[in-house]
Write a protein that binds this ligand. Structure first.
Ligand SMILES: C[S@@+](CC[C@H](N)C(=O)[O-])C[C@H]1O[C@@H](n2cnc3c(N)ncnc32)[C@H](O)[C@@H]1O
Length: 308
């Protein structure tokens, strides 16, 4: 049974900036912006009881979160066969923590939304849970964690939900406290949804200022759907960043697409491109057009052995 440490945290229910934008009226950009959860309400209000339940019963969301956390753990590059102590930042209802448990690690999760943590308790997550705002810093002793993961949470810190919020300052407070709570050979991996280049710049600059090395790994950069941003931070010095996945995705999808087209053609009764039937038909067309064309032989359309 999980132990919950509900650290006191101030929750401001007013959402002045967003109310104001409603009053001003809607623009196209406004609608685009409002499709992101972090533009609808502060996290502790957006993830209310209803949303927390909906989130944790949607099998598509669950699959995606689990996959992204598995990738984040891979990027952590933890020592083989060791049970490590991991911090899950913005742990929510424990979907990402479940991956940590399955991989044999001990974890502590921190989240600002009580409703999400309540669902994590109901689901009997193995990690210890703490209610807290990452923008106020990580309240742990130096060197507590061998690694940290954060799935789909970091972009929330780029918003100012209260008049007192300064995203740059909150990011710095967060990263510097995280830096000290990690061991000196640890990594922290964040999967996040940046809204634009400025947010990436804001986040990475504050992480570097706090002492981290590392950078961005973008998986499937050429796929609108599969593209995923992982910020890989290191405490112990500069190490080459891991290889992104799917960097030849465009090539693969082109191959897959042309193959699909060929299969469809065959289904319509047309010969496959470069097959003997296709070549014979093409030669016949050329002859009809009066063009010089070689005679058909038993070798026409036969595959030639590779040169090398
Ligand atoms: C999309 S959910 C992801 C939850 C979990 N990591 C998963 O993979 O299912 C994002 C979580 O980030 C949390 N979050 C957002 N801003 C936060 C903050 N300032 N401090 C702590 N948690 C925050 C939200 O409450 C929410 O539970």
């Amino acid at each position: 049974m999980s132990k919950i440490t509900y650290k006191s945290c101030q929750i401001n229910k007013a959402c002045n900036l967003r109310k104001l934008s409603f009053k001003i009226g809607y623009s196209h950009t406004h609608f685009e912006r409002m499709s992101r959860p972090e533009h609808k309400a502060p996290p502790e209000i957006f993830y209310n009881e209803e949303e927390a339940r909906k989130y944790t019963s949607n099998s598509r969301i669950m699959d995606i979160q689990v996959q992204m956390c598995e990738r984040a753990v891979e990027l952590l590059a933890l020592p083989d066969d060791e049970n490590c102590m991991i911090l899950d930042i913005g742990c929510g209802s424990g979907l990402s923590g479940q991956v940590l448990t399955e991989q044999g690690h001990i974890w502590i999760g921190i989240d600002i939304a009580k409703a999400m943590l309540d669902v994590a308790v109901e689901r009997e997550c193995d990690g210890d849970l703490m209610l807290g705002d990452m923008g106020q810093g990580m309240p742990f002793k130096s060197g507590t964690f061998d690694g940290a993961v954060s799935i789909s949470a970091l972009q929330w810190l780029c918003n100012a939900d209260k008049t007192s919020h300064r995203p740059q300052k909150r990011l710095y407070t967060f990263f510097s406290s995280l830096f000290s709570s990690l061991t000196r050979s640890a990594r922290a991996v964040f999967q996040f949804y940046p809204e634009n280049g400025e947010q990436i710049e804001l986040i990475t600059s504050q992480a570097m200022k706090a002492g981290f090395f590392g950078g961005l790994v973008v998986d499937y950069p050429n796929s609108a759907k599969a593209k995923k941003y992982f910020l890989v931070l290191m405490t112990g010095g500069s190490v080459e960043l891991p290889q992104a996945m799917g960097t030849d995705a465009a090539e693969n999808s082109r191959i897959a697409y042309s193959k699909k087209r060929e299969i469809a053609k065959q289904a319509r009764g047309k010969p496959l491109k470069k097959s003997r039937e296709w070549i014979l038909a093409k030669k016949e067309r050329r002859r009809r057009q009066g063009k010089e064309t070689r005679e058909d032989t038993k070798y026409t359309g036969r595959r030639r052995p590779c040169k090398f």
